[in-house]
Design a protein around this ligand. Sequence first.
Ligand code: AN7
Length: 351
Amino acid sequence: MEWKGVLDRYFDYLPVESRKNIVSLSEGNTPLIRARSIEAKLNDDLEVYLKYEGANPTGSFKDRGMTVAVSKAVEKGEKAVICASTGNTSASAAAFAARSGLEAIVVIPEGKIAFGKLSQAMMHGATVVQIEGNFDEALELVLEISNNYPVTLVNSLNPNRIEGQKTASFEIADFLGQAPDYHLLPVGNAGNITAYWKGYKEYSDSGKTTRLPKMTGFQAAGASPIVDGKKVENPETVATAIRIGNPASWEKAENARDESGGMIGKATDDELVEAYRVLADSEGVFCEPASAASVAGLFQMDGTGYFEDGSVLTCTLTGHGLKDPDIAIESSKEPETVGNTVEEVLEVSGL
Ligand code: AN7
């Protein structure tokens, strides 16, 4: 069967009124990959799956929400969309706007978004505005603009974004035939944890599943306002995607945590990079550093008694590793350079 995107697949669960208004890049239907090498490294006896959202058309989970936000904007006859972004939202907004014929304006913190993401927004023809400030300041700015000018906000404060992103839970439950026992994911602006929890609850309410996962979120240690219970004025982390000090969906994330009996923790940059490397090295799965927060959280909580033996875990890997090649190269061993002879290549190849 042809896959025509998350609105087509889960139309009855989503707010778009007419199928003719759907703007889709056939997002969703991303791989759920069993992580046997990671399982083997754990003390606890767990079944671990990776929901690889880097396989979406613009390389991140944002496409699930953007298809709904932009389709709704088209349905309402809007002409332009605007967002603040640490990179992935801007890439996705730019792509869906290009496809629909809407204008896109993206406001980003200067010098703090990964190069791959910047290239996407530029290629899709968005108006890219860099500010001398961080994501939180960019978000305040676009909120004010969208409240006063004819332009639709497509950050996750727009409920249509959350609606679309909840389809990742549906896919996981459809694939496993049940919800997992624990769901782990990175937390930045906290839209995604809100969306997953909504999705799991809706599937449970409709009788498709009979359990709910403990929602287990991880922030970067230098940007962990929810864990520390206070705004972070100058968030800093290698994981630029989640360099956020005042999450828009703060309370909703706490609600997902508390209702599900889960937790929100924090991972240091070293832990993030370690998990990022393990995923690439031993599972063959390349995600961006922020995405590895889910697996960093798994390693951190393994053996502490948090996970019950025999449980099924899903870890969302929110974005593709190719988004941020600079970090990949910086955190890897440098390639050998030798002369172009068989002997010299053999010498460094360990054959
Ligand atoms: C790879 O693009 O906020 O907790 O402006 O790009 O739902 O914010 C990105 C967030 C995790 C955090 N992983 O998700 C943006 C932006 C990746 C991300 C998150 C982001 P939320």
